[in-house]
Ligand binder design. Structure first.
Ligand SMILES: [Zn+2]
Length: 247
C-alpha cells in the first residue's frame, strides 16, 4: 500500500497530493505545477490536450473495433462486456529535436562484402512517457500536438484522473536519446547487415511537458479481462487486446 504525501501549493495554498516516486506535481485546484523536491514552481511549458469524447462515444469506438478486423472472434461485440472506462491524463515529455546518427557498417548481401558509411538525419517530436511503468505504446501514439493548449485545470473533467510525472527533464532527454539511437539502429538494418559503429547525437530544440487524455478501457470476454487504450483527443485506438481464438 502506497500512501500519498502532500505539500502545499505555493500558488493557492491547497494541499498538493503526490505519491512516492513522483517528482512534478500539479495542483488540482489551480493547475499550478510544482517540482516536489525543491518546492519550486515548474518553469517549463506545461500543455494540455483536450479530451473530445464522452463515455458513450468511447463505448461506440470499442464496439466498432470489436466488429472490425478478421483476427477477432465473430461474437466478440455480442459476448463481451465493458467493465471499466477510466479517463486518465497521462504526463509526457515531448522533445522536439534534430537527431543524427553517423554509422559505419558491413553490407554483406553482395560478395565480397563492402564497408558502408553514412548518416541518418531526422527531425522528431519525440514522446517520452513521464512514468516509470512503460506499458504504454508511445511509439504507436502519434500525439496530436497541433491541438495542445496551455495547461488549464478547468478544462479537465471532474471524473478524470491526472497522473504526475515520475521522470524529470534531464532523464527524459536521456531516454529520448537512447530510444532514438535504438530506433536509428533499427532503421540501419536496411543499409547494413552488421553495424561496426554508430553514434547518435540529439539536439533538443524545445521541450514541452504535456498531459494527454487516454481512455483506459477494460472488457470481459468469456471469463477473461482485456485492455484497450484509446486516445481521447482523436479517438484513435492505441492498443487493443484481442482474445486468443482457436480456429
Ligand atoms: Zn494550487
Amino acid at each position: 500500500m502506497v500512501l500519498a504525501e502532500n505539500i502545499r501549493c505555493s500558488h493557492c495554498g491547497a494541499p498538493v497530493e503526490f505519491k512516492p516516486g513522483e517528482i512534478i506535481a500539479t495542483c488540482k485546484y489551480c493547475g499550478f505545477t510544482t517540482v516536489i523536491q525543491t518546492g519550486q514552481a515548474f518553469t517549463f511549458e506545461h500543455s494540455l490536450l483536450l479530451n473530445s469524447y464522452n463515455i458513450k462515444q468511447m463505448e461506440g469506438f470499442v464496439k466498432d473495433w470489436m466488429h472490425s478486423g478478421f483476427m477477432k472472434p465473430s461474437d466478440l461485440a455480442k459476448k463481451s462486456k465493458i467493465t471499466d472506462r477510466t479517463l486518465i491524463y497521462l504526463p509526457f515529455w515531448v522533445i522536439t529535436c534534430e537527431a543524427s546518427t553517423n554509422y559505419k557498417g558491413i553490407f554483406e548481401r553482395i560478395a565480397p562484402p563492402i564497408v558502408k558509411e553514412g548518416e541518418i538525419k531526422k527531425k522528431y517530436n519525440w514522446l517520452v512517457l513521464a512514468r516509470q511503468s512503460s506499458d504504454f505504446p508511445t511509439r504507436s501514439y502519434d500525439v496530436p500536438l497541433a491541438g495542445k493548449i496551455p495547461y488549464d485545470f478547468r478544462k479537465i473533467e471532474s471524473f478524470a484522473k491526472i497522473l504526475n510525472s515520475e521522470i524529470e527533464r534531464e532523464q527524459a532527454t536521456k531516454l529520448a536519446q537512447q530510444q532514438i539511437d535504438s530506433h536509428h539502429r533499427f532503421l540501419l538494418q536496411e543499409d547494413v547487415d552488421r553495424i561496426v559503429e554508430a553514434t547518435t547525437t540529439v539536439i533538443p530544440k524545445q521541450m514541452v511537458y504535456l498531459h494527454a487524455p487516454i481512455w483506459f478501457i477494460r472488457y470481459e470476454y468469456r471469463g477473461s479481462s482485456y485492455q484497450m487504450l484509446i486516445d481521447g483527443a482523436k479517438g484513435i485506438i492505441l492498443k487493443g487486446d484481442i482474445p486468443n481464438t482457436k480456429f
